[in-house]
Design a protein around this ligand. Structure first.
Ligand SMILES: NC(=O)c1ccc[n+]([C@@H]2O[C@H](COP(=O)([O-])OP(=O)(O)OC[C@H]3O[C@@H](n4cnc5c(N)ncnc54)[C@H](OP(=O)(O)O)[C@@H]3O)[C@@H](O)[C@H]2O)c1
Length: 253
């Protein structure tokens, strides 16, 4: 599948670390020109330099996708500077776990703003371009991959609002899939279990300690999820991988 994405353009949100960064490298390694979006511009610049050093093409786009104008601006800049938009990886997300009772509701607002609204804004802005790529692009198929979570499939005590956002992502993705699949825009869900990234750095310390004691096993690596995403977006035009749920082998729930 080397260079399967030659001549295509991808946008990856949340590409300054973790799964998004690994995915951007992976798509660039398969020949896509990759627009990498997040708030930390210095991290994006370092990633672009690394991709270019490996012979790839990349563009850093500083954007806070919780702001609709910035989300739309990121999509439009990717198209304007790289020429089209064939692949979108809606990956930016935040996981602020903890009990619902007495929760700081500011954490809920941050999760809904990014995991739901940010993903909706990017999708809305990208769909006309994805539809055009499916009609006119080299591969005549386009991909919108939404990074959900095992938390989008199974609710647990202590993750209620994160569950709500990811269940929401799953519902939106299935509805949109039905709407656009006959136009060869494939909408896919990737649902990771525990992956070793910066995601847990944003938890309150007491919640992080509790989580660590419950996840005392080898976690997935960001590259494991990037591999799954690469598999989805490199399939032939008649194959749509709708959903991939990936847990570390030792993760029970
Ligand atoms: N790690 C896991 O165990 C796990 C499991 C299941 C699902 N997931 C999902 O995987 C996705 C990626 O998470 P990760 O594990 O790779 O964590 P991560 O390393 O913390 O990455 C999160 C990314 O989102 C970006 N981001 C945060 N706020 C943003 C905003 N307002 N606008 C644009 N970008 C923003 C961050 O960049 P900036 O801070 O620079 O903006 C960062 O690049 C998330 O949707 C998460 O829910 C992760």
């Amino acid at each position: 599948m080397e260079n399967a994405l030659e001549g295509t353009v991808a946008l990856v949100t949340g590409a300054s670390s973790g799964i998004g960064e690994a995915t951007a490298r992976s798509l660039a390694g398969r020949g896509a020109a990759v627009a990498v979006a997040a708030r930390r511009k210095d991290r994006l610049d370092t990633l672009v330099t690394a991709i270019e050093a490996d012979g790839g093409r990349a563009l850093a786009i500083e954007a806070d996708v919780t702001d609709q104008e910035q989300a739309r601006g990121a999509v439009e800049r990717a198209v304007a500077e790289l020429g089209s938009l064939d692949t979108v990886i809606n990956n930016a997300g935040v996981m602020l776990l903890g009990p619902i009772v007495d929760a700081p509701t500011e954490e809920w607002e941050r999760m809904v703003a990014l995991n739901v609204n940010g993903l909706l804004y990017v999708s809305h802005a990208a769909l006309p371009h994805l539809t055009r790529a499916a009609e006119e692009g080299r591969r005549r198929v386009a991909d919108l991959v939404n990074v959900s979570s095992v938390a989008g499939r199974r609710a647990n005590s202590g993750s209620g609002v994160y569950n709500a956002t990811k269940f929401g992502v799953n519902a939106f993705s299935e509805s949109l899939r039905q709407e656009v699949t006959e136009r060869h825009v494939r909408v896919s869900l990737v649902e990771p279990g525990a992956v070793e990234t910066e995601l847990t750095d944003h938890l309150r310390p007491e919640i992080r300690d509790q989580l660590r004691s419950g996840f005392d096993f080898e976690r997935l690596h960001a590259g494991d999820i990037a591999d799954a995403i690469a598999y989805i977006v490199t399939r032939a035009r008649h194959i749509a991988i709708n959903e991939i749920l990936i847990r570390p082998t030792e993760q029970v729930r």
